[in-house]
Structure formats: C-alpha cells, structure tokens
Design a protein around this ligand. Structure first.
Ligand code: NAP
Length: 282
C-alpha cells in the first residue's frame, strides 16, 4: 500500500502557522480581513464559501460575506469590487466562481486589485507566476506543492506529468513544478498516448474532472500521485480523478479524495490573505 498523503494534517499545519502570524499581527493592532463575494445560489459555491468563512474564523481573520442575488448586473458587481478595493479593512477579495452567465468573469477578475487578489487569477499575478517572482500563488496548485513537499520527494530532475491545462489548476501547476526544476509535461484532451506519458511520471498530478480517469496501468510503480479532481460518482459520493483502490498498491504516495488536495486549497487561501495583509501594511 502506498503512503497516504494526509491533506487534512498538512493543511492543519499551514493554518496553525497562519493563525500564529495573525495573532502576532493582532498584537500590533492589525486585523486581517477577507471579503467573499457570492452571486446567485449555486449549492456547491455556497458550500465552498461557508468553508472559507469557517477557515477565516479558525485562523483569526475577519470575513465579510457579500451574497448577491442571481440577477445582479455586471456593473453592480464591478462597483462592489471597486468599493472593496478601496476598503482598508479588506485585505483579500475572493469572488466565488462560476458567476452567472450574464457576467463576464474576466472583467470581474481584472477589476480586483492585484494586491488583494488572493486567488491569484488576475493577469498581473499570472504574469508574476510565469516569471517566478510572485507574492500569491493560485491556491490549488500551491497546495499540491505543499503536499508533494510533505512526502520528502524532491521535484528537481523528476519527470512530472500534469493532466489538464486549465488556467486555475493545470497551467499554474505545471509552472510551479517547473520552478522546482521538474521536467514537466502538460497533457490535455488532445494528447496522444496519454497512458504511456503518464506511466513514466515520477510525479503525476490529475486535474481532469472525470471520476476514476487515472487507472493503475497509467502510473509508474512508486510514483507520487496527486488527485485534484472533485467529482461525484454514480452514487453521488465525492471522488477524485484517480481510481484510488486500483492505484493505491502501485503508487509510492497518493492523495485520497476527500482529505487530500481539497483542504489544502482553503489553507493556501488563508496563507495568501495573510500575505496580502502584510504587503498592504508595507
Ligand atoms: P477544467 O477547466 O474542466 O479542465 C479540465 C482539463 O482536463 C482540461 O484541460 C481538459 O483538456 C482535460 N481533459 C479532459 N478530458 C481529458 C482527457 N480525456 N484526457 C486528457 N485530458 C483531459 O477543470 P479544472 O477547473 O482544471 O478542474 C479539474 C478538476 O479539479 C475538477 O474535478 C475540479 O472540480 C477539481 N478542482 C478541485 C479543486 C480542489 O480544491 N480540490 C480546485 C479546483 C478544481 P482540454 O483543455 O483539452 O479540454
């Protein structure tokens, strides 16, 4: 059986560190605040927003929720973002995606002040990540890097394969592995010979969005297998992109779903918000 990578334990350690730093800032009279904006009543988004607010309370941040109705116009949302950009109590702004179809997500992301962009989705922050000179890292890929570090396996010189090329997971994930001197292959729906490419990966990160997509024959014996996927199976149970039962004997290290990457994403959001508060203080 592979070593299980415990996302709950690693995320608890990150949050404990953030909490200690938050307390130190409080003793200097600085309170850290995160604004969370949700538009409409997508049940999954509601769960994510509640989890983020819970994490804020855990580490000692103030959270400010703005729950707007589905029919909110793009202009109204942009006006709110603009107000939050100028609000000194708010160090980080998170607009929960997806937004209703009549709102242009890019326009909203571009409106968030880059110094309050704790999701690191603003093009300016994306550019910083490309160069390798950044303040914020996108939460999910940053969380994956923490999980890989927790195994003690060095990325340098390793064959790293990322399945998926989305702007929020796949692309920045590949970049972070590259910054750590991994030899990185990005794969996607048009990739040929995907199985063969994955089967030589020392580190395999799956961000596809398809339950059980990664099967035992796709992994190298002893590989680090990170499952970013969050899917529902036929029984409605939360599951990842990796066939965990099939792969757990062959992998060296593997993340479970739930309890792997998911908790890390929120922990890294807390870390980014703390970083934002410190940057704004300067
Ligand atoms: P996405 O935007 O839908 O991207 C999925 C990627 O998978 C695309 O690049 C797509 O390729 C690729 N893909 C689809 N079918 C494929 C195939 N047959 N072979 C190879 N590649 C294929 O999804 P995402 O936002 O990156 O999210 C991916 C998964 O991670 C989802 O399950 C999501 O719920 C989960 N997620 C989890 C967290 C967390 O905190 N745990 C955070 C974010 C996302 P093309 O580009 O060619 O279409």
């Amino acid at each position: 059986m592979a070593n299980l990578i415990d996302g709950k334990a690693v995320s608890a350690a990150v949050k404990a560190q953030v909490k200690a730093e938050c307390e130190a800032l409080k003793s200097e009279g600085v309170t850290v605040g995160l604004a969370v904006v949700i538009v409409g009543d997508n049940p999954a988004s509601r769960v994510y927003v509640n989890n983020k607010k819970k994490a804020c309370a855990e580490v000692g941040f103030e959270s400010y929720e703005y729950a707007l109705p589905e029919e909110t116009t793009q202009q109204e949302l942009l006006e709110l973002v603009n107000r939050l950009n100028g609000d000194s109590k708010v160090n980080g702004i998170l607009v929960q995606l997806p937004l209703p179809r009549h709102i242009d997500e890019n326009a909203v992301i571009n409106a968030i002040s880059p110094v309050k962009d704790v999701d690191a989705f603003h093009p300016r922050n994306v550019g910083h990540i490309m160069i390798g000179d950044y303040s914020f890292l996108p939460c999910t890929p940053a969380g994956v890097m923490e999980l890989i570090a927790s195994t003690g396996v060095e990325v340098e010189g390793k064959n790293c394969v990322v399945i998926g090329r989305s702007n929020i997971v796949g692309k920045p994930m590949a970049m972070l592995l590259l910054h750590k001197n991994g030899t990185v292959t990005i794969t996607h729906s048009r990739t040929k010979n995907l199985k063969e490419i994955c089967a030589v990966a020392d580190i395999l990160v799956a961000a596809v969005g398809k339950a059980g997509f990664v099967t035992e024959d796709m992994i190298k014996p002893g590989a680090v297998v990170i499952d970013v996927g969050m899917n529902r199976n036929a029984e409605g149970k939360l599951c990842g992109d990796v066939d965990f039962e099939g792969c757990k004997e062959k992998a060296g290290y593997i993340t479970p779903v739930p309890g792997g990457v998911g908790p890390m994403t929120i922990a890294m959001l807390m870390r980014n918000t703390l970083t934002a508060a410190k940057l704004q203080r300067k």
